[in-house]
Design a protein around this ligand. Structure first.
Ligand SMILES: *Cc1c(COP(=O)(O)O)cnc(C)c1O
Length: 234
């Protein structure tokens, strides 16, 4: 894909995000596009930056760190992959937002590193409400437990929820999953826990981000629609 085509696709997705937000009565400024760049070579990520994209989502720590070094410092990096606790040291303080906090042991590991560095790491709690065994994320109860325990992790700032629901060919069938995440955020909010914000809902990917926006997404994670198909298994 040429730089011009990448730029055109960014414009296209940005326009669709904006139009969808307006159509459902939302302020377009409340929906942000995260370009998912896993397996996308650094020079193409740079082209996307030059075309105006500023938020990048990465799934693998080493790959992300390599690209961070090559982009200007105003690029905003989001960690959206499964994070092993022993890699917390690479993430705390390095990413604008970790989307995938799904267990107390990972929160403990992140807290330790963030405290030692004197930083606060913004995080989302990852829910797996469909109970898919092959996927990361915790149950609704697990999310509530993490939120209730947030005070134990003063160097983590809980900003909202993230989900990666089952793939549905028909995007309309993702809607109940997105709605369930929004409702769970409402439950967490109603607990009124100090230091726990439910401002962000990270949901929606290339094929279903418009439905996610209709259901309240504030961060849509879009890869293929911007960068083309990835190699199988990536
Ligand atoms: C790969 C990935 C995406 C992007 O998926 P596309 O279908 O390519 O838009 C979004 N979120 C997560 C967590 C991913 O791993």
């Amino acid at each position: 894909m040429s730089p011009a085509e990448t730029a055109a696709r960014i414009r296209e997705v940005e326009a669709a995000v904006r139009e969808t937000a307006l159509r459902c009565g939302r302020d377009p400024g409340t929906v942000r596009l995260v370009g998912v760049t896993k397996t996308v070579p650094a020079e193409r990520v740079r082209e996307a930056y030059d075309a105006g994209l500023r938020r990048f989502g990465e799934n693998y720590v080493q790959e992300a760190l390599g690209k961070m070094d090559l982009l200007p410092p105003d690029a905003e990096w989001h960690f959206i992959g499964h994070l092993q606790s022993n890699k917390a040291k690479f993430v705390a303080g390095a990413f604008a937002l970790l989307h995938t906090l799904d267990r107390p042991s990972l929160a403990d590991a992140l807290e330790k590193v963030a405290a030692a560095r004197g930083v606060t790491q913004p995080v989302l709690l990852q829910a797996n409400l469909a109970g898919e065994e092959t996927k990361e994320g915790t149950t609704a109860e697990g999310v509530l437990t993490l939120a209730r325990r947030a005070a134990e992790w003063p160097h983590l700032a809980v900003r909202g929820l993230m989900a990666l629901p089952p793939y549905e060919e028909d995007a309309e069938r993702s809607r109940p999953h997105f709605r369930a995440l929004r409702e769970l955020a409402g439950r967490v909010r109603s607990l009124g826990l100090p230091g726990v914000e439910m401002a962000e809902l990270s949901m929606g990917m290339s094929h279903d981000y418009t439905v996610a926006i209709e259901e309240g997404a504030t961060l849509v994670r879009v890869g293929t629609a911007l960068f083309g198909a990835r190699a199988a298994g990536a």
